[in-house]
Design a protein around this ligand. Structure first.
Ligand SMILES: NC(=O)c1ccc[n+]([C@@H]2O[C@H](COP(=O)([O-])OP(=O)(O)OC[C@H]3O[C@@H](n4cnc5c(N)ncnc54)[C@H](OP(=O)(O)O)[C@@H]3O)[C@@H](O)[C@H]2O)c1
Length: 287
């Protein structure tokens, strides 16, 4: 299959590049073109003539989205629209990613694809707009909601994922306060990338939840990182109210991979196991 992969040097993009090595993959980064520029998107898609377009690009600094609403919508909604139109023109399937933050978080059980979204921050609103535009413009699409991503590109490149942030803080001996009243499912981009490749070999288009198994709070996630690495960190639990981030986050945004389960395709590992694999692959290095 000929695949055009956008955001090829991001966390998820890098793992997608690795797991798709048997395909003809054209990887593109932000330097090559901006998804907001429709003429460039269209030109590239016409030139490459892919059968599948995978879009991992996003403006996902959640707090910044509260004030940078226009750029958030440009990338997360208008960018998604541009790719859907370009994919439609060449009849390529589109894979687009969304987030657990489309939910408000009042549920006491994992959210399925059938639950109505109701985002409580600008990031979530912009991602939901992107989902809707993709569905409306080009039904030959997979829209995949996921949660709490960490991957090796985050660690070696931008150092932006939660796992690396925790390890860096511990290395510097900083006191670390992490919220214990927001629950999610941390998800390894390697696991997610593998599942994306399984899905695109089907023609079961539509909306999917794809995360590792189980759930935890951000505090329990941090505790487990240190436990698995054998590090004694100065870690304490806090609340979202005390932490006082610019953007509200859903207190409970655990997703159930309900549609994958129906298809007999939900074989993602429990989050703790996937995290152990990530930590063991990254080795003992700190920072
Ligand atoms: N990270 C999470 O915890 C999380 C959770 C739920 C859902 N998601 C979703 O999962 C997807 C992948 O996330 P990720 O963590 O792999 O993100 P990432 O590591 O930041 O990768 C995104 C890639 O897209 C590129 N990009 C950003 N804006 C672009 C633009 N306007 N035009 C072209 N390329 C652009 C980035 O390049 P530059 O960095 O050079 O701009 C980067 O290479 C996103 O849709 C995100 O919303 C992420």
């Amino acid at each position: 299959m000929k695949i055009l992969l956008i955001g090829a040097n991001g966390q998820l993009g890098s793992d997608l590049l690795k797991v798709s090595a048997t395909h003809d993959v054209v990887g593109r980064t932000h330097r090559d073109f901006d998804v907001v520029d429709f003429a460039k998107v269209q030109e590239e898609v016409r030139r490459v003539q892919p059968q599948i377009i995978i879009n991992t690009s996003a403006f996902h600094k959640v707090d910044l989205c509260e004030t940078e609403v226009l750029p958030a919508f440009e990338v997360n909604a208008y960018g998604a629209r541009n790719l859907a139109l370009a994919a439609r023109e060449v009849e390529a399937a589109l894979v687009h990613f969304s987030t657990d933050y489309v939910f408000e978080g009042k549920s006491s059980r994992p959210y399925t694809e059938g639950d109505p979204p109701n985002p409580i921050n600008a990031y979530g609103v912009s991602k939901l707009a992107g989902e809707r535009l993709v569905h409306y413009l080009w039904p030959k699409s997979f829209v995949i909601r996921t949660s709490g991503l960490y991957g090796h590109a985050g660690s070696s490149g931008k150092g932006r994922n939660f796992v690396e942030m925790m390890l860096n803080k511990a290395k510097r001996g900083e006191p670390i306060r992490v919220v214990n009243d927001q629950r999610l499912t941390p998800t390894s981009t390697r696991e997610l990338a593998r599942k994306v490749m399984d899905l695109i070999s089907t023609q079961y288009y539509g909306l999917y939840h794809v995360t590792s198994g189980g759930e935890c709070s951000w505090f329990e996630f941090a505790q487990t990182i240190f436990e698995l690495q054998g590090i004694k960190a100065n870690l304490s639990a806090t609340t979202a109210r005390e932490f006082n981030a610019a953007a509200q986050r859903p207190p409970y945004s655990v997703l159930e991979n309900a549609r994958l389960q129906k298809l007999g395709m939900d074989d993602l590992q429990p989050w703790r196991q996937a995290l152990a694999e990530y930590l063991s692959a990254r080795g003992g290095r700190n920072g």
